[in-house]
Each structure stands twice: as C-alpha cells, then as structure tokens.
Write a protein that binds this ligand. Structure first.
Ligand SMILES: [Zn+2]
Length: 146
C-alpha cells in the first residue's frame, strides 16, 4: 500500500467496513497525514465436493444448467434461471466453509424452487433427494399441499 499523494508506504487504517463483495478502508498516510479510501475486492474460490468425494471448482454454469433443467417448460426465462443461480452462489460465499458438498447446493436450489414453482421443485427434488420409493414422492407432495 502506497500513499497516492506522497507515495510513502507508512499507512494507517482508520476504519474498515465490510460489504458483501468488498472491504472499504479509510486510510491515513503517516507521513503527509492525507486521508484516502481503498476498496478491496473479495475473491472467494468455492470448491465443490461431489458424491464420489472428488473436489472441483464451483461452476456457476453447471448450477444454471441444473436450475434450467428443473424449470424446463415452466413459465420462467433464462434471466430467472440466472438470478436464481447467482443468488445461490452469493449464499454459498457467505458460508464459513468454502469447500461445499453438492448436497448443500442441492438443498439451496430445492428451497428456492419450492417458493417459485412446485412442479420444478418436485422435478429437482426427485433427482437430488434420490427418492427411492414413490412414497417419498408422495410425502413431498403432502408437505406441499398442506
Ligand atoms: Zn502521504
């Protein structure tokens, strides 16, 4: 860090404020006493742990594909799919642990779809929750129709 006025490197941080994707810091140069503000972008690398235990970098396109598949032939646009995927990504980044089980992602999608569209919800849930028997499916329906 360098003072933008005198280029000295002795900088004091006066205050830090977190927002969702950046940290804003008020700084003061110890040499010339001028104040300035910096914004640090927070870059979080999410990793996904798959069912077989293998890890791979989180891929928003894959998430979009999953959501799009569930919303196929339902009254939703590509933009809706994007919005859902991005909001899930945002939630994932807020988690303490950034190595995330696919199950957690699946559950988040399920919860979102449940509020949006029951057909899409059941479609997605049937894949993600690994319904073994039709009973499970009926259980879900019962919960929905309550
Ligand atoms: Zn300075």
């Amino acid at each position: 860090m360098q003072c933008p006025y005198c280029f000295d490197q002795e900088i004091k941080v006066l205050e830090s404020r977190d927002s969702s994707d950046s940290i804003r810091r008020r700084r003061e140069c110890l040499k010339c006493s001028k104040r300035f503000t910096t914004y640090e972008k927070i870059a979080i690398d999410l990793m996904v742990v798959k069912k077989d235990g293998k890890k791979e970098p989180f891929n928003i396109d894959k998430l979009k594909k999953g959501v799009a598949l569930a919303l196929e032939k339902r009254p939703f646009s590509e933009e809706d799919v994007s919005t859902i995927a991005l909001s899930i990504e945002k939630e994932l980044k807020k988690l303490r642990n950034h190595v995330i089980n696919t199950r957690i992602i699946g559950n988040k999608v399920i919860r979102k779809l449940k509020l949006l569209d029951q057909v899409a919800y059941l479609r997605f849930a049937s894949v993600y929750k690994d319904f073994e028997k039709i009973d499970d499916f009926e259980e879900e329906l019962k919960i929905l129709t309550k």
